[in-house]
Ligand binder design. Structure first.
Ligand code: GLP
Length: 240
């Protein structure tokens, strides 16, 4: 059973998670952070700016959850660009130590296993930040994803493409495919921190925290994890 923390605002959640991350880095200079994109984790990255000023982050490593397939890495909405803009640059992390799955078509068949091997080679992720999609997806593991899945290419659902269309000029520009850490990969992180804010996430949160553990709601995989924390606002908690 995940620990559920209900906070007044997303900024309060950001501050809590930032404190937990600082603690991880103070305990281990070469901490491995699991980074997430989407709007939900942004308050964490904002809170970290001030909190990391007095912390040596030169050894910190990071692995993003996912990336679009076939998008130019230089496109402003590629997750490589988003992680660089929102996390690496403002926090002063070493870009060589921050990895994002390789979504380029060339060599895509090796990209998943290579990514899992890179995570394993540094001893796994210490703290994984997670958002959740309105359909209950984590990373880009859409409903029906196996709990044993590893990093691999997936097709985005129509719902997720619609949800993410706001980041692009036109829904037709939202890629059809993605490469995402699998649920099995994510479950290997030592601490999972799932964040959700707003009424629109209430159903997915209720399913993830209290619903049956089911591949039809990938977020429910957190119930299998020995150390999972769910930090949500009142609106996202409204169906618990
Ligand atoms: C995308 C990401 C997920 C994220 C989800 C929710 O699909 N791949 O990692 O959790 O969106 O996005 P948001 O936080 O913007 O609601």
């Amino acid at each position: 059973m995940a620990e559920v923390v209900i906070v007044p605002t997303a900024d309060d959640a950001g501050a809590l998670v930032a404190d937990a991350i600082v603690e991880v880095i103070r305990g281990r200079a070469d901490a491995v952070l699991g980074l997430a994109t989407g709007s939900t984790p942004l308050p964490v990255y904002t809170a970290l700016r001030a909190k990391l000023e007095s912390v040596d982050v030169s050894q910190v490593r990071g692995f993003a959850l996912d990336e679009y397939v076939g998008i130019d890495p230089a496109h402003p909405e590629s997750y490589r660009s988003v992680i660089t803009r929102e996390v690496v640059e403002p926090l002063g992390l070493d870009p060589r130590r921050i990895q994002v799955p390789n979504g380029s078509l060339e060599g895509i068949e090796h990209a998943g296993p290579d990514y899992d091997a890179a995570i394993a080679a540094v001893g796994g992720v210490d703290l994984q930040i997670l958002g959740i999609g309105t359909d209950g997806h984590i990373g880009f593991n859409e409903p029906g994803s196996s709990f044993a899945s590893r990093t691999r290419v997936k097709t985005l659902t129509a719902q997720t493409r619609e949800d993410n269309a706001r980041f692009f000029d036109d829904i037709a520009d939202v890629p059809m495919h993605c490469i995402t850490q699998g649920l099995g990969t994510i479950l290997e992180a030592r601490h999972l921190v799932l964040l959700a804010f707003g009424e629109g996430k209430a159903q997915a949160v209720a399913g993830a925290v209290e619903g049956p553990v089911s591949a039809m709601l990938p977020g429910s995989a957190i119930q299998l994890h020995p150390h999972a924390t769910v930090i949500i606002d009142e609106a996202a908690a409204s169906r618990l």
